[in-house]
Ligand binder design. Structure first.
Ligand code: NAP
Length: 269
């Protein structure tokens, strides 16, 4: 039995706890820390999990998952430093925080794995990318992969690629929400009621995503299949190209990558 403690059970932390429970972990294998008693009591009531302080988490749990906002990391590291050792594995879900920050602030040889998850973790469809810090061994990565597989897909990449990952899959769901929002507005423009427009676009998004995921067919082939000569789709595509939508996406994702690099630099030596 591996005990896991989530430090900071907010949106992502709660999604992980709930996914681990659905994936078969027993409540006694899971602990969490929270700043506010009311929130802690709520989670205990809902999931039957024990709220603890950081020293208890480090003493009882092999895996410590840090899920606070990046700007709240300093007090968490200060609480952890006197109580963690190389029997613990620290797993960071915090966007932009390098493993070197943990390695600098925590005792030597504590293994750290960095993860970039995304919010579809809330519905068991996360895309999580994991990278080892300098003391993390293959068995640590195996354990993190096994844990995160209960809430979605997991791949391994070297840490320098995490800024690109943050820009693509970390922020990725927001781009799709933005596109869906704009397409629903287009339905309103064409005179459809909002609820009908929402239904048409959301079901089209779910259908398109399922085709991409389940058929493994390249998106270009899927798009060509619905783009008939002189038809309606090609007229829309011409407008998308004219308005530079492809170039806008390239520039947007590059800007997100740059911002992630900038946030990471704030935590360098
Ligand atoms: N949401 C995303 O799309 C996403 C995607 C990828 C990665 N992440 C990463 O996941 C992490 C969590 O994000 P989130 O959206 O879940 O944030 P969140 O909802 O604000 O959750 C953070 C939780 O940690 C608690 N907390 C803060 N300091 C604490 C401390 N010292 N001890 C115990 N608990 C503490 C917060 O309590 P209070 O409410 O009292 O502040 C809050 O409940 C972030 O680092 C983010 O970069 C998020």
């Amino acid at each position: 039995m591996t005990t896991i403690a989530v430090l900071g059970a907010g949106k992502i932390g709660e999604a992980l706890l709930s996914g681990l429970l659905s994936g078969g972990r027993k409540p006694e294998e899971l602990l969490f820390t929270e700043r506010y008693e009311v929130r802690a009591a709520e989670l205990t009531k809902q999931y039957g999990l024990r709220a603890v302080d950081v020293p208890t988490a480090a003493a009882e749990a092999e895996v410590l998952v840090v899920a606070v906002k990046p700007q709240d990391i300093d007090p968490v590291l200060a609480d952890l430093a006197p109580v963690v050792n190389d029997r613990n594995l620290v797993v960071s879900l915090c966007a932009g925080l390098p493993t070197s920050l943990y390695e600098r602030k925590l005792p030597d040889s504590v293994p750290v794995v960095r993860v970039m998850p995304n919010t579809p973790m809330l519905v068991g469809k996360a895309m999580s990318v994991i990278s080892p810090g300098k003391h993390a061994k293959p068995e640590h990565l195996d354990l993190v992969e096994e844990l995160l597989s209960t809430v979605g897909e997991v791949i391994r990449l070297p840490e320098p690629q995490q800024d690109a990952v943050t820009a693509l899959s970390g922020s990725g769901p927001a781009y799709f929400f933005y596109l869906v929002e704009a397409m629903i507005d287009a339905g309103i423009l064409l005179g459809l009621p909002r609820n009908i427009s929402e239904k048409l676009i959301i079901q089209s998004a779910v259908g398109a995503a399922t085709m991409l995921a389940e058929t493994g067919t390249h998106p270009v082939i899927l798009r060509e299949a619905v783009t008939s000569p002189a038809g309606t789709t090609i007229m829309a595509i011409r407008e998308l190209e004219k308005h530079g939508v492809r170039a806008a996406l390239l520039a947007a994702i590059e800007a997100a990558r740059d911002r992630s690099q900038e946030l990471g630099k704030a935590h360098e030596d």
